[in-house]
Design a protein around this ligand. Structure first.
Ligand code: SAH
Length: 218
């Protein structure tokens, strides 16, 4: 093991995570599996939780928020069908783990988090784990990021009962949007494909995400 590089630690638990949690549940995109194998999830959680980082669950990241379960991160990433050239908007940076996975799958990730302390921690985590093709900002993500629109894909890591208009407007024609849709505690993972003025909707797993909250965080 290269001890100078902290990203190579926990390689065995990461491999086990793939074998026990991802492959049996239908994660098959080789690029997604490769990203899940290489992004050091333990570097995105509090040091006290590092040994739990690869377990089959969400974990607390402070401020009442959670890092999503590995399977859910992989599933959402796979549903975007990224090839590598895309510019992706992410809503809900949290600790930056999903951002890191996406950054290995596309050209650039633009990620918005409404809680400043989390956005700052994500910036440190992403730097430590050596992810450079990422832009972060602390703001209300329901407004999207107009300056860099249109996006090839949008991923929301917080659940809401409606799709914000700004996201649909800022999505490129032919692009895809993934989000947990529904009421708190009872979301469904949905994928929307934009075709001109219409949106084609598909529904996937039932899930439970932290809520998408519009407006500034005090
Ligand atoms: N993918 C993240 C998961 C974070 S949980 C990770 O890997 O850690 C979802 C995040 O969405 C929370 O941090 C929450 O603060 C944030 N969030 C909720 N509403 C938001 C909004 N309107 N704009 C930006 N971020 C929001």
């Amino acid at each position: 093991m290269n001890r100078a590089d902290p990203t190579v630690a926990f390689e065995r638990p990461r491999r086990r995570m793939l074998e026990a949690q991802l492959l049996p549940r239908g994660i098959s995109d080789p690029r997604v599996l490769d990203a899940m194998l290489h992004v050091p999830r333990h570097m995105f959680v509090n040091a006290a939780l590092a040994s739990h980082a690869y377990q089959d669950s969400a974990l607390p990241i402070g401020e009442g928020q959670t890092i999503s379960q590995p399977y859910m991160v992989a599933k959402m990433s796979q549903l975007l069908e990224l090839q590598g050239h895309e510019r992706v908007l992410e809503i809900g940076t949290g600790c930056g783990y999903q951002t890191a996975v996406l950054s290995r799958l596309c050209r650039r990730v633009y990620s918005i988090e409404r809680i400043a302390s989390l956005s700052q921690r994500a910036r440190r985590n992403l730097r430590a784990a050596r992810h450079a093709n990422v832009m972060l900002k602390c703001a209300d993500g329901t407004l999207g990021w107009d300056e860099y629109a249109p996006f090839d894909a949008i991923l929301a890591a917080a659940g809401g009962s409606a799709i914000p208009d700004a996201w649909v407007q800022q999505l490129r024609d032919g692009g895809m949007l993934i989000m947990p849709l529904g009421s708190t505690g009872a979301h469904e993972l949905i994928r929307l494909r934009k075709r001109g003025n219409t949106l084609i909707e598909e529904r996937f797993d039932s899930c439970s995400f932290v809520p998408l909250i519009a407006g500034a965080h005090s």
